[in-house]
Design a protein. Sequence first.
Length: 227
Amino acid sequence: MKTTKKFPLYAIIPTLLLLLTQIIIYYGSQLINKHLPAYDLTIKGFDDRVPIVPFFVVFYLLSMPWWYIVPFIVAKVSKQHFWNWFLAFVICYWVCGIIYIVFPTTITRPSIENTTIFHRLINVVYQNDTPERAINLFPSTHCFISWICYLGVRGKTEIPKWYRLFSLVFSICIALSTQLIKQHYIVDLISGILLAELVYFLVKKYDLGNRLVNKIISKKGGAASDY
């Protein structure tokens, strides 16, 4: 696959694979654990004091299109960096999927009146995200995905400084939104970020993404930098 300075075409298929992985984990884990008991990880005295801030639903909803723009930005750094980042992303997804099956968690959502457009949007989120029983919360996929999107550009001078700062602030706002619209508990947020940091660190340290790609394409006589 060839890339261009303006648009890294080689990132198209990996991005589609990320979307497919999300669909498999989201719906597959629900099919498996829908009849299993779910655990409540509420921290008394903290989670019950977190207020609802309706406006933050905007960050929650905007996160999803952002997630699938980011791969093309990360791909501009270098192919070596991209493949490590991509593998870390996929590993985090599957770690979450396994945890959702063996240790499903739930949250008690509040009843919210449709007094403003933001309240209405929160109810739309509730109705479309496992309305019968909120489940698959620990670790938070919203938090791990948003944080790994930031990790992909953190410290990368190939990416404009303004975007790196935006990525940090936006990922923090998304993490906060999971709390402020009552979609997750604080342990979900923390575990999601820690998962992203740990997996990204290990994959990057051992160059696992490039080693895997090189192994897959070795029969073609290429290298990860060529794809």
